[in-house]
Design a binder for this molecule. Structure first.
Ligand SMILES: C[S@@+](CC[C@H](N)C(=O)[O-])C[C@H]1O[C@@H](n2cnc3c(N)ncnc32)[C@H](O)[C@@H]1O
Length: 219
C-alpha cells in the first residue's frame, strides 16, 4: 500500500524511510482489517494501524491476558487486534461515545470472527470503566487526549497486579518534546507521561512506534 494511503501514519516520531520499512515488512492481514484501514483513510478516522495493532495482539499473547477494557474504540479496528490476542475464552470491552461507530464495529468484528469475544458499550469510556466491578488484565487508553491524566487516576486501580495500561499517542507527533507546549492536548499528554513514569505502582516504557505507545505494568 502506498504511504499516502497509510492514513494511520503520524510523522514526527520515526524517520520516514524507517517508517516505510516498518510497514513494508508486515505480513498480510485479514482482509477485513485492510478494508477498515481503507475506510479510516477515506473518513479520516484515527486508527492505530497495523504495526501498533500487531503489538497489541502480541502484548495480549505474551501476558496471557483474558480481559481487556478498551477506552475509545471507534470502528473497532484496535478491538479486533485485541480480540485476536485474547483468543478463545477471552473478552474485550469495546467503548465509544458514537453510536454509528459502535454499529460499524459490531459488523466488522463479526466479519473478522471475533465478535463473540467482544462486549459493546456505548457512552463515556471513563464512566463505563468506573461502573465495572472487575479488575482487568489490560486497559487500553485511546480517548480524547485532554482526558489522559484523568484516565491515569481511574485506570491504575482497575488493573490486576501484573496487568498492563497501554496508551496510544504518547509522543503526539513529537509535540511532547517542545519546550513549552501551549495546546491542551500536548500538555495533557506530557502530564500523563510524567504521571506514568513517576508512579510507584507502575513500570513504564514508551515504545516510539508510530505516534508512541506507552506500556505500563502494574506492580
Ligand atoms: C483515536 S479514536 C480510536 C481508534 C481506535 N482505538 C483504533 O485504533 O481503532 C478515538 C475514539 O474514541 C472516542 N472517544 C474519545 N473520547 C471518548 C470518551 N471519553 N468516551 C468514549 N469514547 C471516546 C471517539 O469517538 C473516537 O471514536
Amino acid at each position: 500500500m502506498a504511504a499516502k494511503h497509510q492514513h494511520w501514519r503520524m510523522g514526527g516520531v520515526t524517520e520516514e524511510q524507517v517508517e516505510d520499512y516498518l510497514y513494508s515488512v508486515l505480513p498480510s492481514r485479514d482482509p477485513v482489517l485492510d478494508e477498515m484501514e481503507a475506510e479510516a483513510a477515506q473518513r479520516d478516522i484515527p486508527i492505530v494501524g497495523p504495526a501498533v495493532g500487531r503489538l497489541f495482539q502480541q502484548l495480549a499473547m505474551i501476558s496471557g491476558a483474558k480481559t481487556i477494557f478498551e477506552m475509545g474504540s471507534a470502528i473497532g479496528y484496535s478491538t479486533i487486534w485485541w480480540g485476536l490476542g485474547v483468543g478463545h475464552g477471552g473478552r474485550v470491552y469495546y467503548t465509544d461515545s458514537d453510536r454509528k461507530n459502535c454499529d460499524k464495529a459490531r459488523r466488522y468484528t463479526e466479519r473478522a470472527g471475533v465478535a463473540a469475544r467482544v462486549t459493546f458499550k456505548l457512552g463515556d469510556a471513563l464512566e463505563l470503566l468506573s461502573e465495572e466491578k472487575q479488575l482487568f488484565d489490560i486497559i487500553f487508553n485511546d480517548v480524547d487526549k485532554d482526558d489522559y491524566p484523568r484516565v491515569f487516576r481511574l485506570a491504575v486501580p482497575r488493573l490486576k497486579k501484573g496487568g498492563l495500561l497501554v496508551t496510544d499517542n504518547v509522543l503526539w507527533s513529537g509535540q511532547v518534546a517542545k519546550k513549552n507546549p501551549r495546546d491542551s492536548n500536548t500538555k495533557a499528554i506530557v502530564e500523563f507521561n510524567r504521571l506514568l513514569y513517576g508512579s510507584p505502582d507502575l513500570f513504564t516504557t514508551i515504545i516510539p512506534l508510530r505516534d508512541g505507545v506507552a506500556i505500563s505494568v502494574k506492580r
